[in-house]
Design a protein around this ligand. Structure first.
Ligand SMILES: Cc1cc2nc3c(=O)[nH]c(=O)nc-3n(C[C@H](O)[C@H](O)[C@H](O)COP(=O)(O)OP(=O)(O)OC[C@H]3O[C@@H](n4cnc5c(N)ncnc54)[C@H](O)[C@@H]3O)c2cc1C
Length: 474
């Protein structure tokens, strides 16, 4: 991603060398994204139809959370709006008032994305805010090829050591296989969990967040494709973690994220096998991780992106986005030959803010639950970061969503997860009470009708994918 973006933005003005090791390979997971991924394809000038065809991709309209509050419960974090604002207020106070007056409709009756998702429909229109599911390996090859076509020099080889400037401590060069040496001004560490430059060479250290997000293992296991791939990700809670299901065109990605304090690897694998809906394919891939981030994301002349910068579990599919946003910040503060302390500090501050707010959003899924297993009971007692505790209090009190600055997740995202996890506001905004009951019902009814009409006119997701393949080959 970094090589592709830099080559696109700078063209021949910047000399970019991409070092990868086939011996190590990539992490091999990372199949679900959020709508911001389309900013990347758009920046790179990649046609979405072509991208989906090349990466075995499907459409993602949201994430369905099953069994999270208790077994049998279900809700979706659907992308896109829910209802529409009226006067000075967003939609949800009106809906809350309808509910307080005994109304039976669900918040998700007013989400076009949700209604299309559960009907397995998609039509390519702008009104459906969407992301992609894809094969991460195919994406990496696609972007590598893209970068190489734009004069990025790709070198296959193993980085064995680095040389630091004796006075400044800046990285001067990296060394491959004891023989080759690459000098550069700026180094972007994309070496995955290893963080060979940011930590291996610059000893940045790691901030451990496992007290907030205790899961520390994952097993990934592909299965056969669904005949009608669902246009959404599924995240189903298990006794000590959760399981993902990501439908691609030619297979389904499955995995189990869990906490090793409460669940052994064999039992975790067995649970995954038992719950996989389609026929398992290939060998399971076991991964260990520690949730958290590097002390510095940018240190001296090294910027860490991706898993080298930190790890937040894939519950809301945010890691690939974090690579994108890191790149975008780097471009904003790109060094002109000089590395300015203020730029580096700002980069680190903004990146930390983004990490923290995503962390809060993830913790919210765990903390509000009524499940009986020991792991989930432990999650109810997580010592909340103040930024999250305030959000939960404000929403539980009067339905207000305290979104600060440009946090990644929007009000409507927080709203769905708060309500989905069973957090109910005590009171409703007084302005919502001024709309007379019959007008309120008429307003809600018209929102619903409009959505039903749109969804009924859509082809199925599978029909759209077939049409898309034909379009992209044409
Ligand atoms: C279980 C799990 C599920 C995930 N699911 C999602 C998801 O659904 N959505 C999402 O957005 N993200 C997800 N992620 C995160 C996502 O996989 C990563 O953010 C993404 O793949 C980027 O990884 P990376 O490039 O940082 O690291 P890697 O894929 O590990 O790549 C590291 C690269 O560095 C090279 N390298 C390493 N050491 C050396 C060396 N010494 N010499 C030369 N080259 C070297 C490797 O060859 C490789 O090319 C998930 C992660 C995990 C662990």
């Amino acid at each position: 991603m970094a090589a592709a973006v830099l080559s696109r933005v700078f063209g021949p003005a910047l000399s970019v060398v991409l070092v990868e090791s086939d011996q190590i390979g990539t992490v091999g997971v990372g199949e679900a994204t959020i709508p911001q991924i389309r900013l990347l394809t758009s920046l790179l000038g990649i046609n979405d139809a072509e991208f989906l065809r090349a990466t075995d991709g499907t459409i993602k309209l949201g994430i369905q959370f099953n069994d999270w509050t208790q077994p049998g419960s279900s809700y979706m974090h659907a992308f896109g709006p829910v209802g529409r604002s009226l006067g000075m207020l967003p939609f949800h106070p009106y809906w809350l008032r309808h509910r307080q007056a005994g109304g039976q409709s669900s918040l998700w009756d007013y989400s076009l994305n949700y209604q299309a998702a559960i009907a397995d429909r998609y039509d390519g229109s702008q009104s459906l805010v969407h992301a992609f599911h894809f094969d991460a390996g195919l994406v990496a090859s696609f972007l590598r090829q893209y970068a190489e076509q734009r004069a990025v020099q790709r070198i296959e080889g193993l980085v064995t050591h680095t040389t630091l400037h004796p006075e400044t401590g800046f990285i001067e060069s990296i060394h491959l296989d004891q023989e080759r040496r690459i000098d550069a001004d700026l180094f972007i560490d994309c070496s995955g969990f290893r963080g060979i430059l940011i930590d291996g060479a610059l000893e940045t250290g790691y901030v451990d967040w496992s007290r907030y997000l205790p899961c520390d293992r994952a097993i990934a296991m592909p299965a056969t494709a669904q005949s009608n791939p669902r246009p959404y990700t599924r995240a189903t809670a298990t006794k000590a973690g959760w399981q993902w299901q990501i439908p691609l065109q030619s297979r389904t990605g499955n995995g189990h994220v869990y906490c090793s304090d409460y669940l052994g690897d064999d039992e975790a694998l067995q649970l995954l096998r038992d719950n996989v809906e389609d026929e398992a394919q290939g060998e399971p891939l076991q991964l260990k991780f520690v949730t958290g981030h590097r002390h510095s994301f940018w240190k001296r002349n090294c910027v860490a992106l991706g898993l080298a910068s930190g790890f937040l579990e894939p519950l809301e599919s945010t890691s690939i986005h974090l690579v994108q946003s890191g790149l975008s910040r780097l471009l904003e503060m790109f060094p002109d030959g000089e590395f300015r302390r203020r730029d580096i500090e700002l980069y680190n501050e903004l990146t930390l803010f983004e990490y923290e707010r995503i962390r809060d959003f993830l913790v919210l899924h765990y903390v509000a639950n009524e499940r009986t297993e020991a792991f989930w009971a432990g999650c109810r007692n997580i010592d909340l970061p103040p930024s999250l505790a305030e959000k939960i209090d404000a929403f539980g009190d009067c339905g207000r969503i305290r979104r600060v600055a440009d946090e990644l997740f929007t009000e409507v995202g927080w709203l769905q997860v708060m309500l989905g996890q069973g957090i109910e506001p005590r009171t409703v905004h007084p302005l919502a009470g001024l709309l007379p009951g019959p007008q309120l019902e008429q307003f809600l009814g018209s929102c619903r009708e409009n959505i039903d009409k749109q969804v009924n006119a859509m082809p199925t997701h599978q029909q759209w994918l077939v049409q898309n393949r034909a379009r992209s080959s044409a």
